[in-house]
Design a protein around this ligand. Structure first.
Ligand SMILES: Nc1ncnc2c1ncn2[C@@H]1O[C@H](COP(=O)(O)OP(=O)(O)OP(=O)(O)O)[C@@H](O)[C@H]1O
Ligand SMILES: [Mg+2]
Length: 489
């Protein structure tokens, strides 16, 4: 429900005392005044600095002391909303706490005392007469409205704005969780950096927000990748699967239509065939931030510390949502046979599975695994990941796309090469091996001070023994494993 509906219900409830948790006092006061106006009720605001004042009037003399202010409240008659700003430190004092209780107990109908604080716990003395309420941060619609307003204001001042609609939406999403004032400040700072508001400012806002969350190194925010899923050769089944789900991540509309939020995929397969690559391009394709979780950094020696680090990393991910959480080589952190660590890895895995099962709102997990035999069976059970994909060696069409992409990414026109020949000769080669061949051929050409040709690429191919030959048995075993458990990517 939205803030004003909540507040209306609270004011209609029999509770004379409301403990509000808010990070945005100005916006809360605005909301309280709106509701009070609707009810034709005066608003009084107390702060430790100014004392108690009725809106539009001077503060009452001597009311900076909260107990005195509360006595004053008790002496007033008629309806009223009495807001005590940042009252959490004041009610730590038992006399003030008692005064709050008495003022609330004697409050007649139409009178409400509101205590605000960044965090609230109802003290046992106030149970039964107080209700706690969390003032919700701005909704996406409110932030969108703010971004929209800011863009037209900037435009009016001659500041170039180069965001397209999708990018504007990403900017709004990146502001999620900020107060209105913070959001405005973030945009202003982003503009101050270079005098324009463009797509790179989305990264700026994400970085600021990530930094403010104080991550401790388990999680890393990766700069947006310019390449997209289209730059990944082959893997059409996986790419289609991902494309279909992109718009449902963190979408209220999808949820309203009864569509389960996609929670994640696990990619396994032959080394060098694009598992990490597709993970890197996914977030950019969806216009979401990419968070890399390094499971190797979870472990610390003190009891409970590792679980805590995981929990804090997952909380950070949730605060960055909608986001893609990438866990590369997941077996490193959640391996099955980590004996002799006092059960820490088992507990960490347990926490992770619970989190995965709970479908964190707006966080999509993409995990890769190289050594599938090391993965605990719990992780592979149905209902953890939405799907497990097996990324195999690229077929001919995919190899064409990979050669094409690797050459053009390095500024060479693929049309100058005999791609059919190259593709034919690279049966059984991985994407990483094809990349190495292109790089090697460029060195050869550079050494000879000439433009690279098909011949140089062929020379590189001939001097390469692909993994599919040197480790044929391992790859056969991987495929065997995947046949029973995974979908071909
Ligand atoms: N399908 C592909 N399309 C385009 N490029 C690819 C593809 N597969 C691999 N590459 C290239 O090879 C590089 C290495 O691939 P990547 O790191 O994604 O492999 P991986 O599957 O994660 O391997 P590993 O199991 O060793 O971690 C990529 O950066 C990319 O340049
Ligand atoms: Mg990898």
């Amino acid at each position: 429900m939205d803030n004003s509906t909540d507040l209306r219900i609270l004011f209609d409830s029999p509770y004379p005392l409301v403990l509000v948790e808010t990070r945005d006092e100005a916006r809360l006061l605005e909301l309280l005044r709106d509701e009070a106006r609707r009810r034709n009720t005066p608003v009084w605001v107390w702060s430790a600095a100014s004392g108690l004042a009725r809106d539009g009037h001077d503060p009452q003399y001597g009311t900076r002391d909260p107990a005195t202010a509360l006595t004053f409240v008790g002496d007033t008659t008629g309806p009223g909303v009495f807001v005590f700003a940042d009252a959490h430190s004041a009610i730590a004092d038992p006399i003030v706490l008692r005064s709050v209780k008495e003022a609330a107990q004697t409050a007649g109908p139409g009178r409400t005392i509101v205590l605000t604080a960044p965090h609230h716990i109802i003290p046992p003395e106030l149970e039964g007469i107080a209700v706690a309420w969390k003032h919700q941060p701005p909704t996406e619609a409110e932030l969108a409205e703010l971004v929209h307003r800011t863009i037209s204001r900037l435009g009016g001042r001659g500041v170039p704005v180069t965001l397209d609609t999708a990018e504007e939406r990403s900017l709004v999403a990146s502001l999620k969780g900020a107060t209105m004032a913070e959001a405005e400040r973030l945009i202003q700072r982003a503009v101050l950096e270079d005098g324009i508001l463009g797509p790179e400012d989305i990264d700026f806002v994400r970085r600021q927000k990530f930094a403010a969350l104080g991550s401790d190194g388990v999680l890393e925010l990766i700069e947006s990748e310019r390449r997209t899923l289209d730059d990944v050769g082959g893997l059409d089944g996986l790419k289609d699967w991902l494309r279909l789900r992109g718009s449902a991540v963190g979408s209220k509309r999808a949820a309203a239509l009864g569509i389960d939020a996609p929670r994640g995929v696990l990619l396994t397969g032959v080394p060098g065939c694009g598992k990490s690559f597709i993970s890197k391009t996914l977030a950019g394709t969806w216009g979401l931030p990419l968070l890399l979780l390094d499971p190797g950094r979870l472990y610390r020696k003190f009891v409970g510390e590792s679980e805590q680090r995981l929990e804090s990393a997952l909380d950070t991910a949730a605060a960055m949502a909608p986001a893609v959480l990438w866990i590369d080589e997941i077996e490193k952190g959640f391996a099955a046979s980590n004996n002799g660590d006092g059960g820490v890895s088992t507990r960490v895995l347990g926490s992770f599975l619970r989190w995965l099962q709970d479908r964190p709102d707006g966080v999509f997990v993409i995990a890769t695994a190289n050594d599938v035999t090391a993965l605990p069976p719990e992780l592979l059970r149905k209902g953890r990941f939405d799907e497990i994909f097996f990324v195999d060696l690229p077929e001919a069409a995919a190899r064409t796309a990979i050669f094409d992409g690797q050459l053009s990414a390095r500024g060479h026109d693929p049309g100058r090469f005999d791609l059919d020949k190259l593709v034919e000769l690279t049966e059984g080669f991985s994407g990483a091996e094809i990349e190495a061949i292109v790089v090697g051929a460029l060195y050869r050409a550079f050494g000879a001070d000439a433009e690279p040709t098909t011949e140089e690429l062929i020379a590189e191919i001939e001097s390469t023994i692909p993994l599919s030959v040197s480790r044929a048995e391992d790859i056969a075993a991987l495929r065997q494993w995947a046949n029973e458990r995974a979908v071909r990517a």
